[in-house]
Design a protein around this ligand. Structure first.
Ligand code: NAD
Ligand code: DAU
Length: 343
């Protein structure tokens, strides 16, 4: 039996990774350490095998709590836990610095204290800033750091503390950088679930600025398989970029999802642009493909069809996450309440 310690495993990507491990690595068991912030949701773990999955509620920035939960037989820590939403980091950066930077350092220290063999840091393409509007420009592992939002800056700082732990203390670390994920169980503050859940309720869909920003979309399970490949086959100290080569302008995404849902384009509302809004992301995953043997399995068309189906089949999940706290956030971000859910 191999024991791994996942942080943030009640969130969107972490819970997809938990499911992947339980399905594909029958000899492994998991400790899932998550603070259950607004983004953490035990409903995301419905149906997981309790015999191989232990959930511990805790904060990664709390050293005592981490050390108490981290067993000495732990083979690897995979750090998903983070404050993950750019707009919230623009409203207030404090929690982003605390969780994303201090929390990562606490986990690195704990890994050393408990002789954990490998540490995987789940990072983001946003640490590399924004690309020019040139289809030939891509992010690679060698792109310079240029974080533009408080979220991206905190994730860049986290990468630096991971790098320092590898260089100074010889901790066996691997860092992954991925583009925009979509799929089941994503909190509806992010563009795709916000768009699907609003449109399903005939509510307006806010598009920032001119809607021409480009994001490189990857289905969440493809990202989870990339992290597993990096955990099992990544070189010590290395970084791997993951993307599905599916760049799209925001307005194209919005129009195509509205069409799939049979909803009118009159739901589109152009709103004030995000401050410091990155214009374009696009990822070259050549290193992950050649060194890890990884490739995405879903196309945009197959992945978004599965995603829309999941939201259509999970009205209860949507209703629960669009509660009072979500409505308060929505009012603050968009200046008007999203209508009460009518599902
Ligand atoms: P999410 O916001 O859905 O989930 C984050 C999880 O971390 C939640 O379960 C939350 O309760 C937990 N958490 C937050 N603060 C914590 C703390 N102090 N201690 C313990 N747990 C805490 O995020 P996500 O979209 O699943 O992203 C997971 C990771 O992947 C993040 O590190 C993010 O930066 C990275 N990432 C996300 C994307 C994306 O498109 N969503 C892309 C690339 C990288
Ligand atoms: O690239 C990886 C990153 O992708 C991750 O590191 C982040 O955790 C994740 O949140 C995501 O960041 P983005 O800021 O790109 O995702 P978001 O879904 O917030 O926005 C996607 C695009 O859609 C972006 O250009 C902003 C725009 N947008 C977003 C929202 C929420 C809108 O036009 N309207 C909206 O209401």
């Amino acid at each position: 039996m191999k024991h791994i310690f996942i942080t943030g495993g009640a969130g969107f990507i972490g819970s997809a990774f938990v499911r992947l491990i339980l399905a594909e690595r029958p000899q492994w068991h998991i400790t899932n350490f998550d603070a259950l912030t607004y983004a953490g949701n035990l409903d995301n773990l419905d149906g997981v095998d309790a015999a191989r999955h232990r959930f511990v509620r805790g904060d990664i920035a709390n050293r005592e709590a981490v050390l108490a939960a981290l067993d000495t037989d732990t083979a690897a820590i995979i750090n998903f836990a983070a404050e993950s939403h750019v707009d919230r980091s623009i409203m207030s950066a404090d929690e982003f610095l605390r969780t994303n930077i201090i929390g990562t350092q606490v986990l690195l220290d704990a890994a050393r204290a408990k002789n954990v063999k490998r540490f995987v840091q789940v990072s983001t393409d946003e640490v590399m800033g924004s690309l020019p509007e040139d289809d030939a420009a891509f992010f690679t592992e060698d792109s310079p750091f240029a974080p533009n939002s408080p979220y991206a800056a905190s994730k860049a700082a986290a990468e630096h503390v991971v790098r320092a732990a590898h260089h100074t203390h010889h901790l066996d670390t691997v860092t992954t950088r991925c583009g925009n994920n979509y799929g089941a169980r994503q909190f509806p503050e992010k563009l795709i679930p916000l768009l699907i859940t609003n449109a399903m309720n005939d509510e307006s869909v806010p598009v920032y600025g001119d809607g021409q920003n480009v994001r490189d979309w990857i289905y969440v399970d493809d990202h989870a398989r990339g992290i597993l490949a990096a955990l099992e086959r990544g070189a010590s100290g290395a970084t791997y970029c993951f993307g599905a080569r599916e760049p799209r302008r925001n307005i194209e995404i919005v129009r195509s999802i509205l069409a799939s849902l049979g909803k009118p384009e009159s739901l589109i509302t152009y709103v004030t642009d995000r401050k410091g809004h990155d214009r374009r992301y696009a990822i070259d995953s050549t290193r992950a493909e050649t060194e890890l043997g990884w490739r995405p399995l879903e196309t945009w068309e197959s992945g978004i069809a599965k995603t829309i189906r999941w939201y259509a089949d999970n009205a209860k999940w949507i209703e629960r996450v669009r509660d009072g706290a979500y409505q308060a956030y929505y009012q603050q971000q968009y200046g008007a309440p999203s209508r009460a859910p009518t599902l």
